[in-house]
Design a protein around this ligand. Structure first.
Ligand code: SF4
Length: 145
């Protein structure tokens, strides 16, 4: 069975900044066809749960207390890539909108709830290294192909 990396919160792990999950209704269907490898880059980058929310501001990641957490985000992204390379994973399904996992959009860095086009730190690194990244919003299409 092909392995897919998946944002841990999408399978129900309570790894979100607010201690909740983002369980996705198509997880059961995915599990029928793929082996899912859950991973949370922010937790693996050394951040606690719950934690202060962070946003990408130019080339840094800053939390809502103005603390620079770029190092944690980069470490989590590197670990995600290492796992993909070690396990031969070619595709990752990631949570949309996150400063780590977002594929098509992220928050704009003002903590005002506005989103802009862009990718999170982990999504960027995986894409740059040839891993196919699929947004949670594209799971249905992915399953049908
Ligand atoms: S970093 Fe990714 S896996 Fe972790 S809680 Fe945020 S969206 Fe989910």
């Amino acid at each position: 069975m092909e392995k897919l990396l998946i944002s841990a919160c999408l399978i129900g792990d309570k790894t979100r900044y607010d201690g909740k999950s983002n369980y996705h209704p198509l997880i059961k269907e995915l599990l029928e066809k793929y082996e899912l490898v859950p991973f949370c880059p922010e937790v693996e980058g050394g951040l606690p749960t719950p934690r202060h929310p962070s946003e990408i501001v130019r080339d840094r990641v800053i939390n809502d207390q103005e603390k620079d957490v770029t190092k944690n985000f980069k470490e989590g992204a590197s670990k995600a890539l290492m796992i993909c390379q070690y396990l031969g994973i070619k595709t990752a399904i990631l949570k949309e909108g996150s400063p780590s996992c977002g594929k098509n959009e992220v928050y704009d860095g003002t903590f005002s709830g506005r989103k802009i086009k862009g990718s999170g730190i982990t999504a960027q690194l995986l894409i740059k290294n040839g891993i196919k990244v699929i947004s949670e919003n594209e799971i249905e299409e992915f399953l049908r192909n």
